[in-house]
Design a protein around this ligand. Structure first.
Ligand code: BGC
Length: 392
């Protein structure tokens, strides 16, 4: 059975804000198997040009619920139980559309066409040089001035046995943000009974182009707005990473993590070495690095374990599998106390972390990195799964 609700289109922003807040209160998790999964829909807000932004609420009937906006494909909230069954929202975000439009540091969004940085916003493909927006110092970041995070995605909901999902499509015209080729992208989010958010990315083009898509959720497993994530223990399945220059562009080498504070092969608290006087941590003001995953499958088709995060306090565990070659570990270094989050609390440095599965930053200028070129006869296809559980 699928229940489907839609709020009236003319609801005022105030009412939307209140309904957003009210819906975020603590909820007792249902007994396993007690509830069927469901999808609900309401209006989250209106764009300056009048376009309506919808919000989908996906519940898996097993204690987990996520909210997704048609604006940017943003995952607004992720509610999961802790070890005592108490539900909390572990995704950083806002409770209103205006904040997402005006000041979001990419909270929860689909990031594209090119996630992370391209040096000087410039690359050459088939002997043609393209100049993209330099929207991060001299570099190009997360798709430019109006990337995929700021687009409205055509979204349809579906249900497959125990799983509920959203299929989101965006057609980026040739020349948008100066990228070549019309890129048709479909991102599918599924919420499974096993407390997984599965993300399938697919893209095709009508002319050679570059593409690198990810999701940019910031997590705090103790609950959004509850303070620093420095006590969270992180494991990353990577013995190498891509060190960066002072503008956060990879130097081009794959350096060993061994013997450095970059080494998370064994579960280590994020804050344990974050203030070490290690050049890469000084440059990034913390961790802001692409890890080269230790993969068995280097055709990037198989899902393999990438990272695990444990919050010892709440017992919540996040486990990430991906087909991608890399993962960006970002320790929320640029959160500076100026943003007020979903539950009304201020976000400070290290109040959230992101683990963005991806191809490596600046690959279009680094022929030694796995390619990010997509041609008309090819299909871009990647999968990432974020799974939540608890530990004692
Ligand atoms: C980048 C950071 C950036 C953050 C928010 C991350 O993917 O690596 O440098 O500050 O996104 O834009």
């Amino acid at each position: 059975m699928r229940r489907f609700t839609r709020m009236a289109g003319n609801v005022t922003a105030t009412v939307l804000l209140m309904s957003g807040l009210a819906a975020l209160g603590p909820a007792a998790p249902p007994a396993a198997g007690a509830n069927p999964p469901r999808i609900d829909r309401d209006v989250f807000g209106t764009m300056p040009d009048g376009t309506r932004v919808d919000r989908f609420t996906l519940s898996n009937g097993n204690g987990m619920r996520i909210r997704v906006l048609t604006y940017g494909g943003i995952i607004q909230t992720i509610e999961v139980p802790d070890r005592r069954g108490r539900t909390g929202n572990v995704a950083l975000g806002f409770n209103n559309l205006t904040d997402y439009i005006e000041r979001s540091p990419y909270f929860g969004c689909i990031t594209g066409r090119y996630a992370n940085r391209i040096a000087n916003g410039r690359f050459t493909l088939d002997n043609v040089t393209y100049q993209l927006a330099q929207n991060n110092g001299v570099n190009h970041l997360h798709g430019g001035n109006v990337g995929f995070d700021k687009r409205i995605w055509t979204t349809t909901e579906f249900r497959e046995r125990d799983t509920v999902g959203l299929r989101m499509t965006y057609v980026s015209p040739a020349g948008e943000e100066n990228y070549p080729g019309t890129l048709t992208t479909t991102v599918t989010y599924r919420l499974t009974r096993d407390n997984e958010i599965r993300m399938d990315y697919r893209a095709t083009t009508d002319a050679a182009t570059i593409v690198n898509l990810t999701n940019h959720t910031y997590f705090n497993l103790a609950g959004e707005g509850s303070g620093t994530i420095e006590d969270h223990k992180l494991t990353v399945n990577a013995s190498r990473y891509t060190p960066v220059d002072t503008t956060l562009i990879p130097t081009g080498t794959l350096d060993p993590v061994a013997g450095t504070p970059m080494d998370f092969r064994r579960s280590t608290a994020i804050g344990e070495r974050i203030r070490n006087n290690f050049e890469q941590l000084v440059i990034g003001q913390g961790y802001d690095h692409n890890y080269v995953l230790d993969r068995r499958d280097n055709t990037f088709r198989q899902l393999e374990q990438a990272a695990t995060v444990v919050d010892p306090e709440s017992g919540r565990v996040l486990s990430i599998r991906t087909t991608e070659p890399g993962i960006q570990f970002y320790s929320g270094n640029f959160l500076d106390g100026t943003l007020v989050g979903t539950s009304g609390r201020v976000y400070r440095q290290t109040d959230g972390f992101a683990l963005e599965t991806q191809h490596f930053p600046d690959s279009p200028n680094k022929p030694q990195f796995p390619t990010t070129v997509l041609r008309p006869n090819q299909t871009y296809q990647t999968t990432t799964i974020y799974q939540f559980s608890t530990t004692r």
